[in-house]
Design a protein around this ligand. Sequence first.
Ligand code: V47
Length: 365
Amino acid sequence: MATLLDDVAQKVHNNERLTRDDALGLFEARDVIRLGRLADQVKRARWDDRVHFVINRQINPTNVCVLSCRFCDFATKRGRANAYEMTIQEILERCSDELREVHIVGGLHPDWTWDYYVEMFRAIQSRFPQIQIKAWTAVEIDYFSKKFRLSVEEVLRRFQAVGLAALPGGGAEVFSERVRKSLFPFKIGSPRWLEIHRTAHRLGIPTNATLLYGHMETHAERVDHMLKLRELQEETRGFMSFIPLAYQPGKTQVVARSASAIEDLKTIAIARIFLDNILHIKAYWVTMGEEIASVALHFGADDIDGTIGEERIMHAADAASPVSLTRERLAELIREAGCTPVERDALYHTVKIHDDRVRCESTVS
Ligand code: V47
């Protein structure tokens, strides 16, 4: 009797789209290696053995936030010992000539002015014109729109005029009202998140999409989340990459430990096969750790994010990964997985293909 994996293999072979039930069934698959092989096959048909990475820097300008989401260890209130607010000078000090991308997201600050945000972009663009700015989650765009009484379109247009190249995929968490009510009741839900990304796509601003998993969500909620993304992508083609983020429990007590390696790898593999209209699937080494991220390159991922410089959100929740990796380490990680490192910019244009082979140094004396 044919198993679900046989059916999915046939669909992959015929280039047929998976249904919601197919994806849901794959989470129960016992043969994880076969699932990984199918995802790898889909990845290779598109990207061969190439794996993308970017020389980037994450900047989280403040952790002061008007929200207090139950799952978040990063946000705090003004006056608390761990609160910080960066000046534009401090932001510029975190940029350098070799960066291709800055990824800017932070807390919803109660007092910062519109001019401050705009000046931040202007200063980066004028001092570092080669840097592409990927900034603000849909949650921040929604906040700016309400706080500064501008439409979402106007907020995006004004940032675009001062250098906004792309929106990151954060703030999506998981598109489930059940989970939202429990973990982030005051944050926007899926209709607003999707509307903001739709507007960005219409203005020619490409975006990413994340899924926060490994807390209280079910497999069905993960699949429904991906389904909503697949549907919007059919309409706009504006998503560049999908990034499953493994929840780091930190001190929140939402769950005792983060998702298992098998859950990480299944989520990557299912995303690769199910999200057939999103080109890039990212194994985010910060949440997965270098080890699982490198295995994920054989489970359908074609991207590993970047050097990052100084990650604060996941590390506030005690992520065990380093806060930064060098270009050499990323390229080595990709090569060790038997793949070819492709350095890219924020919009996935190729900067350099590192196709030199792994050097094996013998130390025979
Ligand atoms: O929206 C918060 C998540 C997101 C935790 O677009 C947590 O290229 C795990 O969106 N454990 C922000 N996750 C980060 C983000 C992102 C990251 C990498 C690449 C891209 C991209 C986007 O981080 C938040 C939330 O979903 N998050 N706390 C935590 N403890």
